[in-house]
Design a protein around this ligand. Structure first.
Ligand code: AMP
Ligand code: ZN
Length: 114
């Protein structure tokens, strides 16, 4: 989608610190990190919100969790663990309307989240 920020990052039109890329998914450093490790993991397919997922998207969304495991290994998070977060629409704080998972690590996290 031409005007979508994350589609443009995936296409290489907007610079980002890419940490993973293949034919299905891209992951890059968050521009405003909330933890020592803060990576955004996206499908290449433009899907605005979690509410727009269909049956055909099951495998790609599952794949994003596999990508997270690769990044966990690269970022030395497999011992400490990490948090994955997906915000859906305004009340949850979604600002970029291309489905994504936040991968946060490198510090302790509270629960419940704010
Ligand atoms: P959300 O609020 O769940 O939609 O998350 C959007 C995330 O994208 C925020 O954590 C932003 O800091 C991050 N972000 C916005 N613009 C960029 C960018 N150009 N490069 C990397 N991350 C970005
Ligand atoms: Zn998009």
């Amino acid at each position: 989608m031409a005007e979508c920020l994350f589609c443009r990052i995936a296409a290489g039109e907007i610079p980002a610190k890419i940490v993973f890329r293949d034919e299905k998914a891209v992951a890059f450093e968050d521009i405003n990190p909330q933890a020592p490790v803060h990576v955004i993991i996206i499908p290449k397919k433009h899907i605005p919100t979690l509410l727009d997922l269909t049956d055909e998207d099951q495998s790609i969304m599952g794949y994003l969790y596999v990508v997270a495991n690769h990044i966990a290994a690269d970022k030395s998070l497999t011992e400490s663990g990490f948090r994955l977060v997906a915000n859906c629409k305004e009340s949850a704080g979604q600002e970029v309307f291309h489905v994504h998972i936040h991968m946060l690590g490198g510090r302790e996290f509270g629960w419940p989240p704010g």
